[in-house]
Design a protein around this ligand. Structure first.
Ligand code: APR
Ligand code: PHB
Length: 392
């Protein structure tokens, strides 16, 4: 098989790249090792920055998003038994975020690619990428035990943190920067109307908690827990009890309980590799970087990367110039590091650290007090949360 761009991974990064390339008349093939059902049902993040929403709408994959996405113009920070609203609309000139599950984004993009005759091949095995240091890279894989090969001009490694593209790059090319946090998130999806119209980020002395949602009937909740926590140690009753404690306010705010339909543990990590490219192999999204989920940035960062990559590839086919391709990594990383900083900062401000001494605890409270009482500080949070400008 021959195509212009071979894409490994049908997550938000791989699918959006294939979609953007198609709109510019460039051919691609996406290969994915999981089934279509699996990727379309996998519960992940759910907050879209304004720029991500605009891109989906402008490129014709925003119909369901506009129909069922929940537009929010603020979040609440809760500490010391009181809630404080950060008003995004007021602080960013009318901007906001949209609650729309990542697996719905994946569904919309997959539908669009297949409807346009695009190739998204699911359930492939033994994927390898080769010869990307020269002009004729190729991808090999198996389907139903038959060997397949895709020859292409470029390979996009959109295969997530545990994918094969990044580890295939020869030793010495990449430098990794990493921070692993001493806690994880235990997340549940509950069949109950959200208890608040907006997201609530709570800093409690027992640990962080987050109230989010997926729809008017589905609440998404998270609790900070130990990194090696066993899910079996958390029967539903214990989860609700801990959530009630961490969200408690002086004016007796009430968290509604519902049937828990999904439960899981998310590890927390900050990770970046530099550069995000090697010859004709380009890494995008989680394959190149991971942020802790506190800032809700993972999906948005993946979309921002492929926007830069699509533009560079389009420019190459239009003019023959490799200038934008050569600068891909540098262009992405400027924004990636700012988003890393924000995600680390939100995480540091809101979680309980076991080695927190009394000084650290006071500093954390002062930080929250500052962010919720200074317009300049609140504006900094707001402009990062709704999404920094794309690197154009
Ligand atoms: N071959 C083919 N596909 C692979 C391989 C492989 N060897 N390894 C992994 N994949 C697939 C995964 O099954 C997954 O569907 O690559 C896809 C990567 O998708 P994501 O992990 O969703 O990563 P990305 O598209 O970069 O999106 C980033 O995902 O992890 C979340 O919260 C994160 O929202 C962020 C988003
Ligand atoms: C979610 O709804 O899953 C969610 C929301 C905000 C975050 C992280 C996750 O910061």
């Amino acid at each position: 098989m021959r195509t212009q761009v071979g894409i490994v991974g049908a997550g938000p990064a791989g699918l959006m790249l294939s979609h953007l390339l198609h709109l510019a008349g460039i051919d691609s093939v996406v290969i994915e090792n999981r089934s279509r059902k699996y990727v379309e049902e996998r519960v992940r993040a759910g907050v879209l920055e304004q720029g991500t929403v605009e891109l989906m709408v402008e490129t014709g994959v925003g119909a369901r998003l506009e129909q069922i996405g929940l537009v929010h113009h603020g979040i609440e920070l809760r500490f010391n038994g009181h809630g404080h609203r950060i008003d995004f609309a007021d602080l960013t000139g009318g901007k906001g975020i949209t609650i729309y599950a990542q697996h719905e984004v994946v569904r919309d993009l997959t539908d669009a690619r297949l409807a346009a005759g695009g190739q998204v091949i699911f359930e492939v095995d033994d994927v390898i990428v080769r010869d990307f240091d020269g002009p004729k890279p190729f991808i090999r894989y198996h389907t139903d035990s038959a060997a397949q090969q895709i020859e292409c001009d470029f390979i996009a490694g959109c295969d997530g943190f545990h994918g094969i593209c990044r580890p295939t790059i020869p030793a010495g090319v990449l430098t990794a920067f990493e921070r692993v946090y001493p806690f994880a998130w235990l997340g549940i999806l509950a069949e109950v109307a959200p208890s608040s119209d907006e997201l609530i980020y709570a800093n409690h002395e027992r640990g962080f908690a987050l109230h989010s949602m997926r729809s008017p009937q589905l609440t998404r909740l998270y609790l900070q827990c130990a990194p090696d926590e066993q899910i079996e140690a958390w029967p539903d009753a214990r989860i609700w009890e801990e959530l009630h404690r961490r969200f408690a306010t002086r004016d007796r705010w009430k968290l509604s309980e519902g049937t828990v339909v999904q439960k899981g543990i998310t590890e927390m990590r900050s990770f970046v590799v530099e550069p995000m490219q090697c010859g004709n192999l380009f890494l995008a999204g989680d394959a190149a970087h991971i942020v802790p989920p506190t800032g809700a940035k993972g999906l948005n960062l993946a979309v921002a990367d492929v926007r830069v990559l699509a533009r560079a590839i389009v420019e190459f086919y239009r003019s023959g110039s490799r200038e934008l391709l050569n600068r891909y990594s540098e262009t992405c990383l400027r924004r990636v590091w700012k988003v890393q900083r924000f995600s680390w900062w939100m995480t540091s401000m809101l979680h309980r650290f076991d080695d927190n001494n009394a000084f650290d605890r006071h500093r954390q409270m002062a930080e929250l007090d500052y962010v919720t009482s200074s317009r300049a500080a609140a504006q900094s949070l707001a402009e990062n949360y709704v999404g920094l400008p794309m690197e154009d």
